[in-house]
Design a protein around this ligand. Structure first.
Ligand code: SF4
Length: 971
């Protein structure tokens, strides 16, 4: 599969490679990377003989997909000596996207030999040599599966993975596709995604990388050798150690830097509006530090309103259209105000992209204006940071047994932990905590296993460091998730006097629903039982401590019961789901109420067993503390404590989920029948009510901003969802208009389009896309509300001869979101079909995104239990839910989608809405009014094409931007 790096323009790739190379400069060079600094030069490791291999397949599923091409190159004495390649007749059709990727079509393999016919040649070529390749495990698994089909034993040779070698030895590169690594190492890769070419390149990569193993510091190699699973790579590591032994060694030499703590004063000093205004004016401070800065009246207006809000500790709802420059508009007054008052302002964002933009781009710029005294930092939730104490325990085997796959996964972390300054797992792009959540659960800085100042790593602790930095910062950037966990925490970091700015504030309620959700599933139960099991294993070694050992034995028996009851619970719940809904095929969400499970036995038995487990943990703890020398078992006691806390939380969550008692909460079971997973979920409904209590006790300023807070020029809906009183005198409201000219876009819907629920609707979408694609040499972004519709349109478009192969990109089909977005940005007249995550947060300025199609108005999914419960609640309050909930939610999302079109003052484009309810229904006006500029009604596709054509033919110099500030009705 192509990786993002492979799709970047040549110049960008070269820049990234140069940056990575500079981070890997040899010892003594200026700015050399820590991994090359710490040890004496050792002789390069000799390269063993091997066979480099690559296969092309019909897909990624080794059970159902088949090999279509094999390429092998024998490397003897580090030189390619012999090659073998063949197409393989897979016996099944090659999917179009594989043909697009590899260039291999059905006609290429039609007359080729089948796998059974080439099996002997292949095995003979490989012989007993190790197999080397990029993610070679994938290739080896496919070949073994093919061998199994013809009743032959699987491959039994050793494997050397060049992707793993790259992830360890080339960490600063950050991208590890074969293309990225080859380019970095100056290895020729002429025809990527063809087996022989990839095999040649991966062989050369191995020849280049293996000798570099000795460039790793000795302690890193020792630790890796101690932790790596039995493998060819482990053998190479041990060889590189010479007479030294594999041994876990973790440095503990960082020092906790304590900045002077900043806390809010009792009274605040106001800052001058005029000074703030000057910064945003012609010849102001911003223009001096920022060459391309153009004063924008709406940005200045917003900065002044933010200043007023900070000076008076009042609330501000600030909708800032695209291009206003809202982040500088709130950051500059906040920084100046925080410096003047020696206090802290919290900026709370939803996405990592915005967090990065603020921290890496905007705040350094602001520091140039405000001077060196400004301190700023990013603070995330504890579970974003690695805990050094738990990390050591994992590596020394104390934290439980890891599978070989998990052991390989942690190897790159060994070097990262040594070199990272933040310990924030997000900066580590080779370890995904979601994929390896069992490992991450064992090593993240979770509070229930933190001994604080008593911890031997306290002075080096990444989380403590981040918190200390935040305490001493004037601006602290956090995310919505941390905000919600903070307001539920007893040890709140935010405090009552601090001012908070919420960016991307239109998501506040949905973030509340996500982060306050209580869940219980197989995964959570598995993690808990693993944790208790590790404890049981440790106690199993204490045969000489009779009382403790006996308690451990009882705990083990109880854990066995608990495992059984957990399985029983989930199985019974699954049965209950199928009794409620007979027609489930794949995914399901079924809501439940108070009495839903009263006839089930397993929930009751589960709860009893959990209580007994908690009792056993308590007895074990008593045995430990009553020991004549309890200090001997301090660490074990902290393990028991951690298990007890997890168990108590599990008990509380289970009671909440199973009782489903209160009216203000919603409960449902969700799962996937095919994959067999099931989850109980529950969440409070009234996020606004909860937030309003927080706002009532807040003495600082509160600023809510986003490009989409209003509906038909009113923020009443936002106020109610964010818990702000409709008539509160403390809240000012402002719309800071986008500096873009509404005439930069042509917008409209097509009158004769079929109803969105009609069978003809899909054909209509396809016809519109094909007509636009045929008429214009432009990229087209199509936004869908459902995967099913996207998939149908994709299938139909694939069959259209007007659309060449490679022009069509679809979310979930053609690659990852980021991957297809990068292809789209290359502006090669592509069509991108996207769902949810493409409606917002993507920025494709200029000619790469000049046509946006909205297939359907984005109403919330009416079948989801949370949506249904919110709607019911609205009906109770307002007597109806469509206009008070569904329409406002859809309008906000619609505005986000429409906002993908015009991103700069020079952009032009067409927004075509295919859902004609926007023209025919009364509520359609709310969608139209939410857009700036004329919204047209085209008679049919032909008229739409003609008007769009004359729009693009118009001279763009006729457009002028008219930035302005417009007070809202509520203001
Ligand atoms: S102080 Fe707590 S979080 Fe930090 S390293 Fe120690 S145990 Fe881990």
């Amino acid at each position: 599969m192509p990786r993002l790096f492979d799709l970047l323009p040549d110049d960008t790739r070269k820049e990234l490679i140069a940056e990575a190379r500079s981070n890997l400069r040899p010892k003594g060079a200026k700015g050399s990377h820590p991994q090359t600094q710490k040890h004496r030069k050792e002789n390069p490791l000799p390269v063993p003989d091997f066979v480099a291999l690559d296969i092309e397949t019909t897909g990624l599923d080794f059970k159902n997909d088949r090999i279509i091409e094999i390429g092998c190159v024998k490397f003897i004495d580090s030189k390619p000596t012999q090659e073998y390649t063949t197409f393989v007749n897979a016996g099944i059709a090659i999917p179009a996207y594989i043909t697009d990727l590899t260039g291999i079509s059905d006609s290429d393999i039609k007359t080729a030999p089948s796998f059974p016919e080439i099996a002997d040649q292949l095995l003979e070529f490989i012989g007993n040599l190790p197999l080397c390749g990029h993610q070679i495990e994938f290739d080896a698994t496919f070949i073994s599966e093919e061998l199994k089909r013809i009743s032959r034993p699987p491959l039994s040779v050793q494997l050397l993975d060049t992707a793993l070698l790259s992830r360890i030895l080339l960490q600063p590169l950050g991208r590890f596709s074969l293309k990225a690594v080859s380019e970095f190492l100056n290895v020729k890769l002429e025809n990527a995604h063809r087996a022989l070419h990839d095999a040649r390149a991966s062989g050369e990569v191995a020849v280049s990388l293996v000798p570099r193993i000795t460039s790793l510091p000795l302690n890193i190699r020792q630790t890796m050798a101690a932790c790596a699973p039995g493998s060819f790579f482990k053998g190479l590591l041990i060889k590189s150690l010479g007479s030294c032994k594999p041994l876990v060694k973790i440095e503990n030499n960082r020092l906790l830097i304590s900045l002077p703590k900043i806390s809010s004063p009792e009274t605040f000093t106001s800052i001058e509006r005029e000074k703030i205004g000057q910064i945003f004016s012609n010849d102001g401070a911003l223009q001096k530090v920022f060459d391309s800065f153009t004063p924008r009246p709406s940005q200045k207006d917003m900065a002044l309103q933010v200043t007023d809000s900070l000076n008076t500790q009042s609330f501000l709802i600030a909708e800032a259209g695209t291009g206003t420059g809202k982040s500088l508009a709130y950051l500059i007054p906040s920084a100046i105000w925080a410096l003047a008052n020696k206090c802290r302002v919290i900026v709370c964002t939803r996405t990592r992209n915005l967090q990065d933009q603020l921290f890496k781009k905007d705040l350094p710029l602001i520091k140039e204006i405000t001077g060196e005294k400004l301190k700023y930092s990013v603070l995330k939730g504890r579970n974003n940071y690695i805990c050094l104490n738990r990390w050591k325990r994992l590596l020394t085997g104390e934290a439980g047994n890891l599978s070989p796959r998990e052991r390989f996964a942690i190897l790159p972390l060994i070097l990262w932990v040594e070199n990272t300054e933040s310990g924030d797992i997000e900066e580590q792009n080779q370890f995904n905590p979601k994929w390896f959540n069992k490992i991450w659960n064992l090593i993240s800085a979770e509070s229930h296993e933190c001994s604080g100042r008593h911890c031997e790593y306290f002075q080096s602790c990444f989380f403590q460091q981040a918190r200390q930095k935040a305490m001493g910062s004037h601006i602290v950037v956090i995310n919505h998730a941390l905000f919600f966990s903070d307001i539920c925490s007893e040890n709140s970091f935010l405090g009552k006097n601090g001012s908070i700015i919420f960016d991307e504030a239109h998501h506040l309620e949905s973030c509340g629903h996500r982060h306050l959700r209580v869940e219980l599933d197989t995964n959570r139960l598995g993690l808990f039982t693993d944790m208790v099991n590790n404890l049981v294993l440790k106690i199993g070694d204490l045969k000489n401590e009779k009382v403790i050992y006996e308690n451990g034995k009882e705990l083990r028996t109880q854990l066995k019961h608990f495992r059984k009851r957990s399985q029983g619970l989930l199985t019974e719940l699954e049965g209950w789901v199928y009794s409620q809904q007979q027609n489930i095929i794949r995914d399901y969400q079924v809501s439940y109420a108070e009495d839903a499970f009263e006839r089930l036995l397993e929930p009751f038995v589960f709860e009893t067993t959990l209580n007994e487990l908690i009792d056993k943990l308590y007895s074990l703890k008593q045995a430990l503390v009553s020991h004549p020398d309890p200090q001997l078992f301090e660490e074990l006691e902290s393990d028991v404590q951690a298990c007890s806390e997890r168990a108590s939380q599990l008990k509380a969550d289970f009671s909440y989920l199973i009782s489903a008692r209160t009216e203000d909460h919603v409960f449902w079971v969700e799962g996937n029948k095919e994959k067999g997973w099931i989850k109980l979920c529950g969440v409070p409904l009234d996020i606004g009510g909860m937030l309003s209590e927080v706002w009532n006790s807040c003495n600082g300023a509160l600023i809510f901003t986003s490009a989409t807070l209003s509906i038909s020029k009113s923020v009443a809906y936002f106020k109610s969802s964010a818990g702000l009183s409709p008539h509160d005198q403390r809240t000012a409201v402002g719309l800071f208009k986008s500096p873009f000219d509404p005439n930069q876009a042509i917008m409209g819907a097509i009158k004769n389009s079929p109803e969105p629920d009609s069978p003809q609707f899909c054909d209509f979408i396809v016809n519109t896309i094909v007509s636009l694609h045929t008429e214009f040499q432009k990229n087209i972004l199509v936004l869908f509300t459902a995967n099913s519709m996207l998939n149908s349109v994709y299938e139909q478009l694939r069959a259209q001869k007007q659309i060449e192969s490679g022009k069509l990109l679809a979310q979930g089909i053609s690659g990852t979101r980021q991957n297809i977005l990068e292809q789209f940005k290359q502006n090669q007249r592509r069509i991108l079909l996207g769902t949810d995550s493409f409606w917002e947060g993507i920025d494709v300025p200029g000619e790469a995104c000049e046509i946006v199609i909205i297939a359907r108005l984005p109403f919330p999914v009416p079948t989801h239990p949370l949506t249904q419960a919110i709607a019911r609640r609205m009906e109770k309050i307002n007597g109806e839910s469509f206009f008070s909930y569904s329409v406002p939610e859809a309008v906000i999302k619609f505005r986000q989608g429409a906002g993908r079109l015009i991103r700069t003052v020079n952009d032009r484009g067409a927004l075509i809405v295919l859902d004609n309810r926007i023209l025919t229904k009364g509520y359609g006006k709310q969608f139209i009014r939410s857009l700036d500029g004329e919204f047209r009604s085209f008679d049919d596709i032909t008229q739409m094409i003609s008007q769009v054509k004359s729009f693009f033919d118009t001279d763009p110099s006729d457009f002028h931007s008219e930035p302005s500030y417009v007070p809202l009705e509520d203001a």
